[in-house]
Ligand binder design. Structure first.
Ligand SMILES: Nc1ncnc2c1ncn2[C@@H]1O[C@H](COP(=O)(O)OP(=O)(O)OP(=O)(O)O)[C@@H](O)[C@H]1O
Ligand SMILES: [Mg+2]
Length: 387
């Protein structure tokens, strides 16, 4: 059969020179690909050969441009800083150190990854308002005046040239309504409520306490208006007992960070702090001095009138018999805190249910006083000191 297909001049089949250069180009391309593959595996291999770096925190920078870093095992080292790092290294930075010499070689930005929301309680729509708090009208008035007014109307304060307190300390025995006051303030000012519990901070976040405090204030500024509620503040801010353990130093660092953060924000900003404690007697003066938590409001167990108010609040939606005399109950529930009065009303409800009654009677309430007294070991003022 006759060849019908005409060959193109200069095609590889026809021109041997073209065929060679074509093959050449193909091989060069393949060579490049192989080089890239080798480079990739070399880089991967390098990763396996690289020793791990140590991560530490800069706690001080000396005049000689050296850094004191704190390692995760809590020991401190004075180390050199790589020249490329000298410019922008700050105290508090998280850095990487070469293993042997501990030279600071790089900075890492952990703060963005630190999930502060996982460590504190952040709430927006709380249920407690001022009317749910009984027998504390003077205390509530003070909180309103000192924190609520400047939060709602900072301009007036600014114009008047008054610097309102950044925060208050609520102190008194357990179950008297301190947490309620903080929550109600957040609710009434439509503020974000950030709760941090001092004892948890100390127990759970070893090594992270100071960072948590820093991030928490940052979050508070972003989410403002914000009420930062520090419960059991004595766990962080107790007067120092120099025992020199690393745990103690860690608490100390957290405390210093807290003081720094309080100092660092503007009194007229939309962040306010409420701290609470049962132990004002052991608090470090530094936290309660002017400019910090300068107002101290004592929240005492209620007197008889207060107890009556609290009983009314907690029985408001309960079914009480018509002739129930809450005044008598308030008188007999001597030394009861708000929390115990609430427990009393719940116990009375249980008694009514147990006795198959549809309403709570005076007898149920009287019996409930005894039950709570036995159960709760009702606070006796003379056995503790809160001054
Ligand atoms: N003054 C009060 N008026 C109404 N209810 C109260 C009052 N005080 C306490 N209670 C009741 O007791 C519960 C506990 O109160 P709260 O948590 O505010 O006490 P606290 O002072 O913060 O105690 P602690 O020191 O143990 O943290 C409240 O949820 C509420 O039901
Ligand atoms: Mg509380």
């Amino acid at each position: 059969m006759e060849e019908t297909q005409t060959k193109q001049p200069g095609s590889p089949q026809e021109d041997p020179l073209y065929a060679i250069s074509y093959e050449n180009a193909r091989l060069e391309e393949e060579n490049k690909n192989l080089k890239r593959t080798v480079q990739f595996y070399q880089a991967e291999l390098e990763k396996f050969r690289t020793p791990p770096f140590i991560v530490s925190e800069v706690i001080s920078i000396t005049d000689e441009q050296k850094a004191i870093v704190k390692l995760p095992n809590q020991s401190n080292f004075l180390v050199e800083i790589s020249n490329t790092m000298k410019e922008d290294l700050k105290v508090g930075d998280t850095v990487v150190n070469e293993q042997k010499s501990l030279v600071v070689t790089d900075k890492i930005n952990l703060s963005k990854n630190f999930p502060v929301e996982n460590y504190v309680i952040v709430s927006h729509d709380l249920k407690v308002s001022w009317k749910d708090i009984g027998g504390l009208s003077r205390e509530v008035e003070k909180v309103k005046e000192v924190l609520e007014m400047p939060l709602k109307d900072p301009k007036t304060f600014e114009e008047m040239g008054i610097t309102p307190p950044k925060g208050v300390l609520l102190y008194g025995p357990p179950g008297t309504g301190k947490t309620m006051i903080a929550k109600a303030l957040a609710k009434e000012t439509n503020a974000t409520f950030i709760e941090l519990v001092g004892s948890e901070l100390v127990q759970k976040f070893i090594g992270e306490g100071a960072k948590l405090v820093k991030e928490l204030f940052q979050m508070a500024r972003e989410k403002g208006p914000t009420i930062i509620f520090i419960d059991e503040v004595d766990a962080i801010a107790a007067r120092r007992v120099e025992n020199g353990t690393s745990g103690e130093r860690e608490v100390q660092r957290t405390f210093m960070q807290l003081l720094g953060e309080i100092d660092g924000f503007d009194a007229l900003s939309n962040v306010k702090i409420i701290a609470a404690t049962n132990r004002i007697d052991i608090l470090d003066e530094a936290i309660i001095r002017p400019g910090r938590l300068e107002r101290h409001i004592e929240v005492k167990p209620p007197e008889v009138e207060g107890r009556l108010e609290i009983l009314k609040i907690h029985t408001k939606s309960m079914k009480l018999k018509k002739h129930v005399d809450l005044q008598e109950i308030a008188q007999k529930a001597d030394h009861f805190s708000g929390a115990e009065l609430k427990a009393l009303t719940t116990e009375a409800g249980y008694l009514a249910i147990k006795n198959k009654k549809s309403e709570i009677s005076q007898e149920h309430l009287l019996e409930a006083i005894e039950i709570v007294k036995e159960k709760e070991d009702v606070y006796e003022p003379l056995t503790h000191s809160y001054n």
